[in-house]
Design a binder for this molecule. Structure first.
Ligand SMILES: Nc1nc2c(c(=O)[nH]1)N[C@H]1C(S)=C(S)[C@@H](COP(=O)(O)O)O[C@H]1N2
Ligand SMILES: [Mo]
Length: 205
């Protein structure tokens, strides 16, 4: 069994609060809604690659097979969509971004990340939010391959932020010095999106 991260590191806010819901959220129970803004791509596993580039010492590309050969870890906890649904007690396995960033080597000037999907969907995150065992690229949900409608074969998972930050069919993580708002952020969603602070829209605390 890979190690399980509860999403709690030091003084940071935990992603999971043992069944408690962030403000304004409700639990969908056994359901898992699909939220996709673009046409769903259908990718064979042998087509999947992930590149970490931008302000890094060693821009690196991994195939899915190469990602699977890295040390894996499992997130066990909750996910929260800004449209108000939460799903408690999910379980995803993949590779921590700590491992990928450790290989690529962020430069000192790197402060932000833009996650890009093969479809062109983008979302921006503070670099600090994808370190400290709080972000993964995942291919496994509950012990099964991640279904295509949920971003399979490979998606980003940043469960302590609203789920729009977790780009499905992720193919590139670009480290930048300046913040570059992504698809939903340009359309009014919050830059960071902490569900416990209800950072839903631009202008929220
Ligand atoms: N490529 C891509 N990733 C995406 C989205 C999308 O439309 N396209 N939607 C986001 C939103 S708003 C949410 S809530 C989650 C939904 O993931 P799910 O469909 O697996 O529930 O994916 C996020 N990642
Ligand atoms: Mo969402």
């Amino acid at each position: 069994m890979p190690p399980v991260t509860r999403g709690f590191t030091g003084r940071r806010r935990p992603a999971s609060r043992d069944g408690q819901l962030p403000p304004g959220q409700h639990d969908v129970g056994g359901l898992w809604p699909v939220l996709t803004a673009e046409a769903e791509p259908h990718l064979r596993e042998d087509q999947v690659e992930l590149t970490v580039a931008g302000l890094v010492a060693s821009p690196t590309t991994w195939t899915l097979a190469e990602l699977r050969a890295l040390p894996t870890s499992t997130y066990a906890g909750d996910i929260h969509c800004v449209t108000s649904w939460s799903k408690l007690g999910t379980r995803f396995t993949g590779v921590s971004l700590d491992v990928l960033l450790g290989a690529a080597g962020p430069l000192d000037e790197a402060r932000h990340v833009v996650a890009e999907s093969v479809t062109g969907y983008t979302t921006n995150l503070p670099l600090a939010d994808v370190t400290g065992s709080r972000a993964w690229v995942v291919w496994d949900h509950e012990g099964r391959p991640l279904p295509p409608e949920h971003g399979g074969p490979l998606r980003l998972l940043v469960p302590h932020l609203y789920f729009w930050k977790s780009a499905k069919w992720v193919s590139r993580l670009e480290l930048t010095a300046v913040d570059r708002p992504g698809f939903w952020e340009r359309n009014g969603y919050h830059d960071r999106g902490d569900p416990w602070l209800e950072q839903r829209y631009q202008g929220d605390a």
